[in-house]
Design a protein around this ligand. Structure first.
Ligand SMILES: CC(C)(COP(=O)(O)OP(=O)(O)OC[C@H]1O[C@@H](n2cnc3c(N)ncnc32)[C@H](O)[C@@H]1OP(=O)(O)O)[C@@H](O)C(=O)NCCC(=O)NCCS
Length: 178
């Protein structure tokens, strides 16, 4: 199945996305490298949606959509206090849509939009498990800079893991790059 990448859009989530989001928040393949655990019921998916729809917190969450149907998510988590100039990115796409260029396209849109919506940010960070080749490749394609190898940096699903830290600065946001 080829996807017309011009049909990929980002929009805020709404509670009507509940059945669609189960396709990714309910799949161990998608949550494997995420801090989120796999959700197992519609009630848990509704709780997830209420959280990402909450206008009161300062996180940035968008649904990755095709024809307005949710097939993934991208989030930015800005730091607080002296770390408020930077945000950590997190994302996932439903497994049946992998390796079609969808996340690369969505991430390009997201990077530009995050800097527009949160103009105090100067730096986006992506922490990627050393075994997560797809995510490393996407960040490279979008123009993130690999800055280093962090040893035993995260305690993830019961194990200490190494990861790569990647960054994209607001000054990297040139028309030629995106
Ligand atoms: C990471 C993820 C979002 C990528 O989404 P996607 O829509 O498949 O990404 P794209 O199709 O845009 O690009 C994937 C790239 O990785 C490459 N790739 C995929 N699996 C790979 C592997 N095992 N080894 C090397 N490269 C791989 C693809 O070939 C493609 O690169 P190319 O265009 O040069 O061929 C998706 O795999 C996912 O949801 N994974 C689970 C959640 C996750 O890991 N999130 C990131 C946490 S930091």
């Amino acid at each position: 199945m080829d996807i017309d990448l011009s049909k990929i859009t980002l929009r805020p989530f709404n509670l009507r996305d509940v059945d669609d989001v189960m396709l990714f928040v309910g799949d161990d393949q998608v949550t494997r490298y995420l801090r989120r655990r796999t959700l197992t019921s519609k009630d848990e998916a509704l709780t997830f949606l209420k959280d990402v729809c909450n206008p009161d917190h300062h996180h940035w969450h968008r649904s990755i959509c095709i024809d307005d149907r949710s097939i993934g998510f991208i989030s930015a988590f800005p730091g607080s206090d002296e770390s408020m100039f930077k945000a950590e990115m997190s994302a996932g796409v439903a497994a049946e849509y992998w390796s079609k260029g969808i996340f690369t396209q969505a991430m390009k849109i997201a990077v530009a939009q995050v800097f527009k919506d949160l103009p105090h940010l100067v730096r986006l960070e992506g922490f990627v498990d050393v075994d997560n080749k797809a995510s490393q490749r996407v960040l490279e394609k979008v123009g993130f800079r690999k800055e280093g190898h962090l040893k035993k940096y995260s305690f993830h699903k019961g194990k200490l893991r190494d990861c790569f830290i990647n960054s994209f600065l607001s000054t990297d946001l040139l028309p030629s790059k995106l």
